[in-house]
Design a protein around this ligand. Structure first.
Ligand code: ADP
Ligand code: MG
Length: 701
């Protein structure tokens, strides 16, 4: 079956009709039979057990009973009417109560007919009472498709108030199974089904909606989660493969003079094993005919810059130009300065282009880019301007990718006949499972090792009441010649208040650290860019000892002499932000410190975040915890991706299934890239259906 059947508009299902159809569409996005069948329950109620009234406990639990209504009365109250029925079985009596829909219920309830009822039994005035029970005549109950575990579907207030209750959805689902004769087409290949011992599609669908028992439910869930993740991975991997076969890059066929000279004569330090591994991965990519599209993840300070440089000079060895783009002027300048030294040694020409480059310099840069005499260009978004034309850009490195949009990145492509190789670097560690889903179509390299000899940052949590002690510590550090960051939160919603906190904080710091002994910089979002740069610059040069700032310093400034990071109202920051901020210190030879300041009142989550920070410096461990605490919704880059639209799988909890699904998707495509084997017919069919209905996979170039 039966694509056509499944595409039937939902109003054609018996029991739906135009009004309900409208609500289902608006509230749950259900337009077709297929959408309904894919509405998976949030949880299940255990209806395996029938209680006697005499067995009820005063725990307010949800229970199911069989009995008869012996008596009904309407009770008038000050605040409105209620309907009260006496419900009895052979062991005793209780009350059923309704506050809404009284008239209809009164007219339809049958006296002395056996009902199966379900609901919460409250202990109230010396008897049990159940408000708004689910009721069904026992006779009907036994006829229906009902299973022991009853599905609870996602719902909305509106649906409930318009009478589309969970009961109604269950009825519609039953109707759908009746009309379809549960004849749903298989969507995975036999190889996969057999090798993982998965439930066939129809059994899985039936048991997810009407589980026969807990074991079958678990197997149904596993099968459907696997399927969902499998198709996401299939799409991502396929995109990656198509990309590699269709989009040709410039093959950097040789490793030449520049690279070899740099490697043998000018390496400033021994590369870590992780750096070597990543350079190898990149060399392999750029040496092939396909265009490289690689994400390089490495914690702050893991040494991504030299990896970027060595990748760029492979391009230069092959007669191409290279560029390095960073999100801010300060970062561009820092990159430029680190590369400049190496370029001078190798006699490679390099320039920097930012918003503040003078017109005459700009003209010269444009000219030298076009005639090819300029080999490396570093800069900000300015690189993307139309006037910037390369003679032959072979590789582009983009630092801190989340600051650049997809559209901006693809602009780099248009600067060339063929797209340059692209290396995107990020210091935001992304848990592996999430990376697989969000960046599944990019190749990923990870530098998971810090250069040797780094002193790990000591992190402590201090309460505001101990501020004076903290200030004393800062003074000691400053007297040793160190510099200090003090960071305040700035959240857009409470901007005015935050701004006041920052200014109050600044004033108290100025009082505590008076001129002329202490010089203080302040940087925040309301300042003009030029003033910001001026203040930053004073701190970078060591002219000020304290930098008071909002989170604008989050991204990549490198001041090795800064050894203390104080984070005010630390409970208000997310984990990844705390980790990024902490990464600003610990860059020099000195022992560095991170001090998390908070008040006494802390939520459970805030406490967990602080404890995590104090316990570990490992960016990946922190990212995993962040994902656990927040779910994928808030994490960088996930907004546009399919990760959030998962129907049944959970990106945090189902990491293991995800890995298996990815490996099966990979294997399937490896053996049958175009999905042409008869064996893969169901996969091909499902895949093409998906591609038709969703177009959420174009989030990364
Ligand atoms: P990030 O990954 O944060 O961009 P950087 O490339 O700026 O890190 O490197 C951080 C610091 O570590 C720099 O001062 C750099 O010179 C140094 N560094 C990088 N790799 C090594 C290494 N293998 N051994 C010693 N120091 C290194
Ligand atoms: Mg960096």
């Amino acid at each position: 079956m039966n694509t056509n059947f499944l595409q039937t508009p939902i109003e054609y299902l018996k029991g739906v009709g135009p009004n309900r159809a409208d609500l289902l569409k608006k509230e749950l996005g259900i337009h077709t039979f297929q959408d309904l069948i894919n509405l998976f329950p949030n949880r299940y109620l255990d209806r395996t057990r029938y209680y006697k009234i005499s067995e009820l406990q005063k725990t307010n639990a949800e229970v199911q009973l069989i009995g008869k209504i012996t008596h009904i009365k309407t009770v008038e109250q000050k605040r409105g009417k209620r309907l009260v029925a006496t419900f009895a079985d052979e062991s005793g009596k209780m009350e059923l109560v309704w506050f809404r829909g009284i008239k209809w219920i009164r007219e339809n309830l049958k006296i002395n007919d056996p009902y199966v009822i379900f609901g919460r039994a409250n202990w109230f005035n010396d008897h049990f009472s159940m408000p708004h029970p689910e009721m069904e005549l026992q006779e009907e109950h036994e006829k229906s498709l009902r299973s022991a575990m009853q599905a609870v579907y996602p719902s909305t207030e509106k649906l409930n108030s318009r009478g589309i209750t969970n009961r109604v959805i269950i009825k519609l689902m039953e109707q759908l199974f009746v009309e379809s004769k549960n004849n749903f087409a298989e969507s995975l290949s036999n190889t996969i089904l057999n090798s993982l011992k998965l439930l066939p599609k129809k059994e899985a669908l039936f048991n997810i909606h009407f589980p026969k028992d807990a074991t079958l439910l678990a197997r149904a869930q596993y099968r459907l989660k696997f399927e969902e993740l499998f198709y996401i991975q299939l799409q991502l991997l396929r995109k990656n493969l198509v990309h590699k076969s269709k989009i040709k890059g410039y093959p950097f066929t040789k490793v030449g003079e520049y690279f070899n000279t740099f490697y043998s004569e000018h390496l400033p330090f021994q590369l870590t094993t992780a750096q070597k591994r990543v350079i190898k991965e990149i060399r392999k990519d750029v040496g092939s005919n396909a265009q490289m599209n690689r994400l390089l993840q490495g914690d702050v300070g893991s040494g991504k810059t030299i990896v970027a440089f060595m990748s760029m000079i492979i391009g230069i060895d092959n007669g191409f130009q290279a560029c390095l783009m960073a999100p801010t002027e300060i970062l561009s300048v820092q990159h430029y300065n680190s590369l400049l030294d190496w370029c001078n040694k190798l006699k490679i020409s390099i320039s920097i282009l930012t918003g503040s480059t003078t017109t005459s310099n700009r003209r010269e840069i444009h000219e030298n880019l076009e005639n090819g005499s300029l080999q490396i260009l570093v800069g900000t978004h300015a690189l993307l301007e139309d006037k910037v034309k390369f003679k032959n850009l072979g590789i582009a490195v983009i630092d801190e990718q989340h600051r650049f949009g997809v559209a901006q990145r693809s602009k780099l492509w248009q600067k060339n006949k063929k797209p340059p190789h692209i290396l995107v670097m990020t210091a935001t560690p992304i848990p592996r499972t999430l990376a697989m889903s969000v960046y599944g179509d990019l190749d990923i390299s990870v530098i998971d090792e810090l250069p040797p000899g780094r002193k790990s940052i000591k992190t402590v949590h201090r309460f505001d009441a101990n501020r004076l002690k903290v200030f004393r510590f800062l003074k000691e550090e400053i007297s040793k010649g160190r510099q200090v960051y003090i960071v305040y939160p700035l959240i857009e919603e409470s901007e005015a208040l935050d701004y006041k906190d920052l200014m109050d904080g600044y004033e108290s710091i100025v009082r505590e650290f008076p001129l002329p002994e202490y010089q203080i910089s302040i940087v925040h979002g309301k300042m003009k860019p030029a003033d910001k740069d001026f203040e930053m610059d004073r701190f970078v040069k060591g002219e000020t000892q304290i930098m008071v700032a909002t989170t604008v310093i989050e991204v990549g400034v490198d001041v090795p002499n800064a050894s203390v990071m104080v984070i005010e109202s630390a409970e208000r920051f997310g984990l990844s932000q705390l980790h990024q901020l902490r990464g600003r210190v610990g860059r020099g030879a000195e022992q560095s410190y991170c001090i998390l300041m908070t008040g006494h009142k802390l939520t459970h989550d805030a406490r967990t975040r602080l404890e995590t920070m104090v316990r570990t410096n490992d960016g990946f461990e922190i990212a995993e915890m962040d994902l656990k605490l927040r779910g994928p919704g808030d994490l960088m880059g996930t907004q546009q991706s399919g990760v959030l639209n998962l129907r049944i799988a959970d990106i945090v909890k189902d990491g293991e299934i995800l890995k298996i699904a990815r490996s099966y998707a990979f294997q399937t495509l490896k053996e049958d890239p175009a999905l042409e084997h008869p064996e893969n017919a169901p996969v091909k069919h499902t895949y093409s259906q998906l591609a038709k209905y969703r177009n959420i996979w174009n989030y990364i170039s």
